[in-house]
Write a protein that binds this ligand. Structure first.
Ligand SMILES: Cc1cc2nc3c(=O)[nH]c(=O)nc-3n(C[C@H](O)[C@H](O)[C@H](O)COP(=O)(O)OP(=O)(O)OC[C@H]3O[C@@H](n4cnc5c(N)ncnc54)[C@H](O)[C@@H]3O)c2cc1C
Length: 508
């Protein structure tokens, strides 16, 4: 479909990471950009709330892939260090194994981590470096030629297959099978696979292409921006405004106006009508298609949605705690005994997990400014099936189970008594706050049939001047991916067909 050349005005629906980043790129190009956000804060799922002087990042907590931030900031003539005060965490994360009570720290330092691997499996220490070298090679290929690329057909994707097969990287099996070719220890499998949950997937349904995540956490390291993760959307918002974009919060869009296959703009819930040459939606894709788009222009049927693999939702507990938490590192993972059943109860047979894996973030260890003096914050997250909304009684019971598990596994017997503030956040909150389909925390999973050209396209097939950006389109889930998705949307608008990142001249 022929697109609109050189738009002068753009409306972006949603101020998530993808929406803000697209706003920056278009504003830098000289387009008059208006970003419309329904919530009080910008940032989308990278949200924040403050209660009793405890400062909580509500969603993302892992700053990964600093290279992607550097690339994005460099593209717009900025330096990451002028906006974010990043520190590298050591340990990167702490692991608690429920089966035997063991505790391990990972350091994103092969020399140190290989000793840990060796303790878990004889010979595994020596295998770690070659394994990680492979993941690095895959990462380099993927970033150079495939992640920053827009897909239109199977042929684009087949090239990736050929490139990786040529290197004998059998990455088209699932992650679990792939890892088992290298390591036999159950614990090592868990260490190398836990990241799948952050891709909204399970190791049993995700292509081993995503073993690149092991390069990301083991070789590149885990970082934290002082002040909290919210510093990221805050700096993106400030940059968008610096380049001339207008950001309007508490401005929910009710409809995209379309005439003869051309979007003319949007109508807000308050009735206000805004016009633009292009419309880009960063709002949840299912919501955009079924609620914001006029009927004849909808792209996906209910049957389509019913067949999708939706990433888990999250049962989150935010805690303000009296005292410190020396038992914990900044990032902590408690691994369930029955790993496979846990994934089964998330993806195949939705129910409250009996023996869940859970994640604890204790950012005030690194950043005391997040809590009043002598106090701490904790962010507890349990992945649960999308759509699994718990009632009050179930919520309380599950919350109690989680606190009990942490008290036992992390040796914090008085945890319950030290809680000064708490808030539970779950499926129905994701639906209300972000219009998230089935209350999923992350969006469409990264299964093989929802990757690259099989993931929803970022250019609207029925509306000439409409585009999508964010986690539900390419490349996918996570803040760095959403920054890249902004570059991909920009490439669509300006018909740029390169494989790699945008170049400065593209923004001139
Ligand atoms: C609990 C949790 C933990 C995570 N952990 C990590 C992590 O550690 N590291 C990481 O990199 N990523 C993590 N992620 C994923 C990451 O947060 C997301 O992939 C990313 O932030 C999504 O950005 P997005 O561009 O898709 O927009 P979204 O965040 O989905 O934002 C879309 C915006 O559109 C707005 N909107 C919706 N409807 C309308 C409307 N009608 N009008 C106006 N605005 C509207 C919404 O309010 C929202 O602000 C996590 C996510 C969650 C939820």
């Amino acid at each position: 479909m022929k697109k609109i050349d050189n738009p002068r005005t753009a409306i972006i629906i949603g101020a998530g990471i993808g929406g803000l980043a697209t706003g920056i790129l278009l504003a830098k190009k000289g387009v008059q950009v208006t970003i419309l956000e329904k919530n009080k804060h910008i940032g989308g799922r990278a949200n924040i709330f403050v209660e009793k002087d405890f400062v909580f990042d509500m969603g993302p907590s892992w700053f990964l892939m600093p290279d992607v931030y550097e690339e994005f900031f460099g593209l717009i003539g900025e330096k990451v260090q002028d906006h974010l005060d990043l520190i590298r965490l050591d340990p990167s994360y702490r692991l608690f194994f429920r089966d035997d009570g063991s505790v391990l720290d990972m350091h994103s330092d092969v020399e140190r981590d290989k000793h840990t691997f060796e303790q878990l499996e004889i010979g595994a220490g020596e295998k770690l470096k070659p394994y990680l070298d492979r993941t690095e090679m895959q990462y380099t290929i993927a970033m150079k030629d495939f992640v920053y690329k827009n897909y239109d057909s199977l042929f684009d994707f087949l090239n990736l297959r050929v490139a990786l097969k040529g290197l004998r990287l059998s990455v088209f099996s699932n992650m679990d099978t792939y890892v088992s070719k290298f390591f036999k220890s159950d614990k090592i499998a868990k260490i190398l696979q836990y990241m799948m949950v952050f891709l909204g997937s399970s190791p049993y349904n995700t292509t081993a292409l995503y073993s690149i995540m092991n390069h990301i956490d083991f070789n590149m390291g885990v970082f934290y921006p002082q002040g909290g993760i919210y510093e990221i959307p805050k700096s993106l918002g400030a940059l968008a405004e610096k380049f001339g974009a207008t950001i309007r919060t508490e401005s929910p869009v009710a409809k995209i106006n379309v005439t003869d296959g051309v979007a003319t703009g949007v109508r807000l819930e308050n009735g206000e009508v805004l016009t633009a040459d292009v419309v880009i939606s960063n709002a949840d894709l299912h919501f955009t298609d079924t609620q914001l788009t006029p009927e004849p222009y909808r792209l996906y049927s209910e049957k389509y949605w019913n067949k999708r693999t939706i990433s888990p939702s999250a049962f989150i507990v935010y805690l303000g705690i009296d005292g410190e938490t020396p038992e914990l590192a900044h990032h902590n993972l408690i691994f369930s005994k029955d790993w496979k059943t846990n994934f089964y109860q998330i993806f195949d047979d939705p129910q409250t997990p009996h023996d869940p894996s859970l994640y604890i973030c204790a950012p005030s260890i690194t950043d005391p400014s997040l809590a009043p003096s002598g106090k701490s914050i904790l962010f507890l997250l349990v992945p649960i099936a999308a759509g699994l909304a718990l009632d009050e009684e179930q919520t309380q019971a599950f919350r109690n189970q989680i606190i009990r598990t942490i008290a036992e596994e992390c040796d914090m017997p008085d945890l319950e008594d030290r809680i000064e503030f708490e808030r539970v956040y779950q499926v129905q909150d994701f639906q209300k706050d972000y219009h998230s389909y089935m209350g999923s925390a992350f969006g469409l999973s990264h299964t093989m049939d929802q990757t690259a050209f099989l993931r929803p396209n970022n250019t609207h097939k029925k509306i000439k001047n409409m585009y999508f950006v964010g986690a539900n389109t390419n490349p996918g889930i996570g803040m760095p991916m959403c920054l890249i998705s902004a570059e991909l949307a920009f490439k669509r608008i300006y018909n740029i067909k390169t494989n790699g990142p945008l170049e400065k001249k593209d923004l001139e």
